[in-house]
Design a protein around this ligand. Structure first.
Ligand SMILES: [Zn+2]
Ligand SMILES: [Zn+2]
Ligand SMILES: [Zn+2]
Ligand SMILES: [Zn+2]
Length: 118
């Protein structure tokens, strides 16, 4: 079974994953960081979080259409895709690793290891 973890990325990174560009691409000042600079291999990244990571109760058919688990409206924590420290939306993504290869320097580590349920 593959190891996975959840990372939180900024709106620019989310839009780059979905569309290949974002609203900041066309501004004079551009991005404050290059989107996904910390995770350039997008084949290992999927949008959203795994079912077991949700705090919400799914609908009777297992859907979670209106749940808010996968978005934080505002956070000052740095983007785990590009490292931007600008405050703003954070979107959940899932990082996928091969067996037992969750890297020791993974973005999630500081957050993972000091969580109360780890
Ligand atoms: Zn962009
Ligand atoms: Zn949810
Ligand atoms: Zn970002
Ligand atoms: Zn991780």
């Amino acid at each position: 079974m593959s190891d996975t973890c959840t990372i939180w990325v900024c709106r620019d990174c989310m839009l780059h994953h979905a569309n290949g560009e974002c609203g900041s691409c066309h501004l004079d000042e551009g991005h404050d960081r290059e989107p996904w600079a910390l995770e350039p291999d997008q084949s290992n990244v999927t949008m959203g979080m795994l079912d077991e990571q949700h705090d919400c109760i799914p609908d009777w058919d297992g859907s979670r259409i209106d749940c808010g688990c996968e978005i934080k409206n505002f956070s000052w924590s740095s983007c785990e895709g590009c490292g931007s420290t600008l405050g703003g939306e954070r979107h959940a993504f899932t990082l996928w690793f091969d067996d037992d290869t969750h890297p020791a320097d993974c973005m999630c580590m500081s957050r993972c290891w000091d969580g109360p349920d780890q």
